[in-house]
Design a protein around this ligand. Structure first.
Ligand SMILES: C[S@@+](CC[C@H](N)C(=O)[O-])C[C@H]1O[C@@H](n2cnc3c(N)ncnc32)[C@H](O)[C@@H]1O
Length: 222
């Protein structure tokens, strides 16, 4: 998979993408990630990327030209162009699985008051990571990239994400490690029984119970 991220602040990604599973996936050539400061595409003599909104109002609005030209230089017929925006579809694990099947993702990170409405016309998908306002789309795109890259074949053990929360509309089961008793709290005895079928059943029941308690909405969306 190839990922291109259009951002005014590429340096924001340095720490996040140079560690852990994403770094390993890049090193293993499972994914290539490229950053593009669309300021470099501005035809304005001062490399301006924004302007005041028509009709008045607070803040600055990202203009079409630098983003259109940057996207045009990158897109191919296999590209999926994703705009990070609070009024987009709310991100879910199901979308992460769908996007993990694509070969080329282009993310557009907004900033300031927002972006010129016409930028939506070049996007295939508009995604929000939740009902709150971030300063820019950078952190939102990091969330998407992290959740997608870990699903790419060979990045992590498939078994370990198939039972993650949200698969089969259920949350994950509780896990324990050593010691067996910690400050009076014991590991459930079934996990020490060595009976794999019983352990499977216990874990499934715990997934259902936890989902009913914490996220009954997941069960009704099934
Ligand atoms: C300060 S926000 C603009 C918010 C805009 N005025 C509004 O109320 O919808 C600047 C940029 O951050 C990104 N952003 C902010 N919140 C987001 C969210 N919840 N999900 C995805 N992107 C978000 C978008 O790219 C947005 O254009």
């Amino acid at each position: 998979m190839r990922i291109d991220i259009l951002t005014l602040f590429p340096e924001m990604f340095e720490g996040v993408f140079s560690k852990s599973i994403i770094k390993r996936a890049v090193d293993a050539k499972k994914v290539e990630i490229h950053f593009h400061n669309f300021r470099n595409y501005s035809t304005d003599s001062h490399h301006k990327v924004d302007d005041t909104p028509y009709g008045g109002g607070p803040g600055m609005v990202l203009a079409c030209q630098p983003i259109f030209d940057c996207v045009r230089s990158l897109r191919t017929e296999n590209s999926k162009i994703i705009l990070l925006t609070p009024d987009g579809v709310v991100y879910r694990q199901k979308i992460a699985y769908d996007l993990a099947k694509e070969s080329h993702l282009i993310f557009i990170c907004g900033h300031y008051e927002g972006f010129d409405e016409r930028i939506r016309s070049i996007c295939d998908l508009e995604i929000s990571i939740g009902d709150y306002i971030l300063t820019g789309g950078e952190i939102a795109s990091m969330v998407l990239v992290d959740s997608i890259v870990r699903l790419l074949p060979g990045v992590i053990d498939e078994e370990s994400h198939l039972q993650d929360s949200f698969n089969q509309s259920l949350l994950d089961y509780p896990v324990y490690t050593t010691p067996r008793i910690y400050e009076g709290m014991e590991v459930p005895s079934v996990l020490l029984s060595g009976d794999h079928q019983k352990i499977e059943e216990y874990r499934y029941q715990e997934r259902v119970k936890r989902t009913q308690d914490r996220r009954p909405d997941l069960l009704s969306n099934k």
